[in-house]
Design a protein around this ligand. Structure first.
Ligand code: UDP
Length: 310
């Protein structure tokens, strides 16, 4: 198939492109490189099935020829990125989703939107099922990302209903692996980077908040299966193994063999207190569940950061 991936130079986008190429598809990757990094796709420079277009998808998108799928993954994705780029975050989720939906409609292609566990906000239902409507502070600093993703879902369903577009919505939970920017502020690259450099690990708040971390290869496999399915309502993709940020910091210290201290910092505003996906729907509809243990995934990720920090 011939597939457009927006956000192709980002962490998730680039891993998704690798998988699509490995499955024999032709991929047109788009990115404006504001948070993406062309190093993430440098290995594809000579791949005849891959083409990169440096484009801001909030502007009109022109692609020549037929398309089978449009996968919209462009968006600043770490809290410090979307706090630094609040308007760009809202624009790529609203105008960017509109433009990419328009492209899919024009080409008669399928459409998949990368949504997020952030649509559940700071959840008062735990674990989170797709039927939960969420608890988001629209005007808080995280609202720019959360509401952009919620709008993306709404307009995607509107195109599905009004234009009969064949659509998919994936709600992605915390995922990790190689190619996350060390400076992106997310907990996985930050703790690994700090541990490898012997710097203190910065735990926000008292560290009792929880997250559930999914190896990027598993996340991408769930997304690919969803694309190939015929299921149009939102599906959670994530790893249900939940842990506190304190325990996660200890795990990183153990796996890196680091003697870094743990230092406590102020908790960011509206930081969700708990997060864990209920993945029964993905199991039932896609036959998917994560396969990689946290330890194995983190070891591979730590090896990657050791190699780039040399
Ligand atoms: N966090 C932390 N120290 C850091 C970065 C993040 O304690 O240096 C915490 C953050 O407050 C949150 C969790 O780790 O509770 C996950 O943060 P991340 O930015 O990775 O993603 P989020 O799940 O909040 O979108």
């Amino acid at each position: 198939m011939r597939i457009v991936v927006t956000g192709a130079a980002g962490f998730l986008g680039s891993h998704l492109v690798d998988r699509l190429l490995a499955e024999g598809h032709e991929v047109i990757g788009m990115d404006n490189l504001i948070t993406g990094n062309d190093d993430n796709i440098a290995h594809l420079a000579d791949n005849k099935n891959f083409r990169f277009i440096d484009h801001d998808v909030t502007e009109y998108i022109y692609v020549k020829g037929k398309l089978d799928w449009v996968l919209h993954f462009a968006c600043p994705a770490s809290p410090i990125d979307y706090l630094k780029l609040p308007i760009k975050t809202l624009k790529v989720g609203s105008l960017g989703t509109h433009k990419t939906l328009g492209l899919a409609k024009e080409k008669g292609a399928g459409y998949l939107i990368a949504s997020s566990s952030e649509v559940y906000g700071d959840p008062d239902v735990h674990p989170q099922k797709e039927t939960y409507w969420g608890h988001v502070n629209t005007v808080g600093p995280r609202g720019v990302y959360d509401e952009a993703k919620r709008f993306s879902e709404a307009i995607t369903m509107a195109y599905h209903r009004a234009h009969k577009l064949d659509t998919r919505i994936v709600r992605i939970f915390n995922s990790y692996g190689p190619r996350m920017r060390t400076g992106d502020g997310r907990v996985v690259p930050t703790f690994i980077y700090q541990a490898l450099r012997g710097e203190p690990l910065t735990v926000f708040g008292d560290g009792t908040q929880t997250r559930s971390f999914c190896w990027v290869g598993d996340t991408v496999d769930g997304i690919y299966r969803l694309m190939l399915s015929d299921y149009c309502d939102p599906v959670n993709i994530g790893n249900p193994r939940e842990m506190t940020v304190n325990d996660f910091a200890k795990k990183i210290l153990k796996l890196t063999g680091s003697s870094s201290r743990i230092e406590y910092r102020e908790l960011p505003v509206n930081d969700p207190k708990v997060r864990q996906p209920d993945i029964s729907l993905a199991k039932e509809k896609l036959g998917w569940e994560p396969k990689t243990s946290l330890e194995d995934g983190l070891k591979k990720t730590i090896d990657y950061y050791r190699s780039i920090l040399k």
